[in-house]
Design a protein around this ligand. Structure first.
Ligand SMILES: Cc1ncc(COP(=O)(O)O)c(C=O)c1O
Length: 388
């Protein structure tokens, strides 16, 4: 057995189901294993490597900052995080940002702020947060509680109380929960990524936003996976024409470095004050430099390209024998197939294509700038494996 796999199995907790491949390097949408075999990457490390592996411009920006200052702590001002916060606010219209290191942490921050908002205005009368069944919000005890899937509510009792789970796209159930559950906020993913790349209904989302505002409940949108250009808009909420009170994001924001951000609007901007939240690594200058590079490159041309590539994948796979449906937006797509998705992906892996699964569907999250020729090569292989 290869030394890397041997050491991994001997010393790393067995919490991941690893595929039989060691990734050692990459360039853009192509990555290489230890034998030198090339793979076209349609997963981007689960929507993290926004511009693929070792993108030159991104790596230069990151290395420049690492050589200048890698960390200073949040006792001091540092340039990259303030520049990034200003850019995030300018691009979204949001009014303030808290930086952390992961999706779960960006959601923890959102949850703390939502509860504090409720507390400030209504005391303990509104402690709860409504989330959706089939959602995924992270792996900490509180974000597992927020996650609306029973399989995540095992083994680690007691979980954090205060979450009410309702059926997605059922406006009646949402209204009842809002009226009967003493809630300060609604938190949801607009496309449930881990839940099978299921986009929420447009009219449902707009009605939830309206009902929440009417009741002074915050609208919290989890854009950890859908954010940062993934769906063809900078943030997915723009597709739905809503204005969230809080947006959490992570994954692709820093293009491959651990980073999270929670964005606040006018109403929620001052809810968390001095001493109420913090993070040693949050806003780390190197990660922030990576994020500045990523964000400044998610422009109209890139977003238009995401839309075109999405249309290409949909057109190529629609009507193919074995394809039962295609869900999602932009370069966040789910493919429902007649055959086991894992078997199809094993065939793709052998032929040099990496992709993902989510709830029995094939999940595609390629780098946003994947060249059309590479995308076509990979989708042809995927199509043949689905048909096989
Ligand atoms: C929508 C959503 N929220 C939160 C998370 C948790 O992010 P992280 O693994 O960075 O903590 C994920 C991760 O897949 C996610 O997809």
């Amino acid at each position: 057995m290869h030394a890397i796999k041997e050491m991994d199995q001997a010393y790393i907790l067995n919490t991941y189901h690893r595929l039989d491949v060691v990734i050692v390097s990459g360039q853009g949408a192509e990555v290489y294993d230890e034998t030198g075999k090339r793979y076209i990457d349609l997963g981007s490390g689960v929507a993290v490597n926004t511009f693929g592996a070792a993108d030159k411009e991104w790596a230069d920006a990151v290395c420049r900052q690492a050589r200048k200052l890698q960390h200073a702590s949040n006792y001091y001002f540092t340039g990259p995080q303030s520049e990034l916060a200003a850019m995030l606010c300018a691009r979204t219209g949001m009014k303030g940002v808290f930086f952390s290191n992961s999706g779960a942490e960006s959601n923890e921050c959102a949850i703390k702020a939502a509860r504090k908002y409720g507390n400030d205005r209504y005391g303990i009368a509104r402690p709860n947060i409504i989330t959706l069944k089939n959602s995924f919000h992270g792996r900490t005890i509180t974000t597992l509680s927020a996650t609306g899937q029973e399989e995540f509510h095992q083994h680690f009792m007691p979980f954090t109380p205060g979450f009410v789970h309702v059926e997605p796209d059922d406006i009646g159930e949402m209204e009842q929960a809002m009226d009967e559950s003493d809630c300060c906020a609604v938190m949801m993913e607009l496309i449930q990524g881990e839940g099978g790349v299921r986009a929420l209904d447009y009219a449902y989302v707009r009605e939830v936003a309206r009902m929440a505002e009417q009741r002074d409940m915050l609208l919290v949108i989890d854009e950890v996976q859908t954010g940062n250009g993934r769906t063809g808009e900078l943030y997915c909420y723009k597709h739905y024409g809503i204005w969230p009170d809080i947006v959490s994001t992570a994954k692709g924001l820093a293009g491959g470095l651990p980073f999270g951000a929670t964005l606040f609007n006018e109403k929620t901007r001052h809810v968390l004050g001095e001493g109420l939240h913090g993070s040693t690594f949050g806003g780390n200058p190197v990660s922030a430099a990576g994020a500045l590079n990523v964000l400044s490159r998610i422009d109209d041309a890139l977003l238009a390209g995401v839309g075109e590539k999405s249309a290409y994948i949909r057109e190529t796979l629609t009507g193919v024998k074995g394809v039962r449906g295609i869900s999602g937006l932009g370069l966040m797509l789910g493919i429902e197939t007649g055959r086991d998705a894992g078997d199809i992906l094993a065939g793709c892996l052998k032929r040099g294509v990496l992709a993902l699964t989510a709830k029995g569907r094939i999940r595609l999250l390629p780098p946003l700038n994947i060249p059309q020729a590479l995308l076509a090569e990979a989708i042809t292989i995927l199509k043949e494996e689905i048909e096989a």
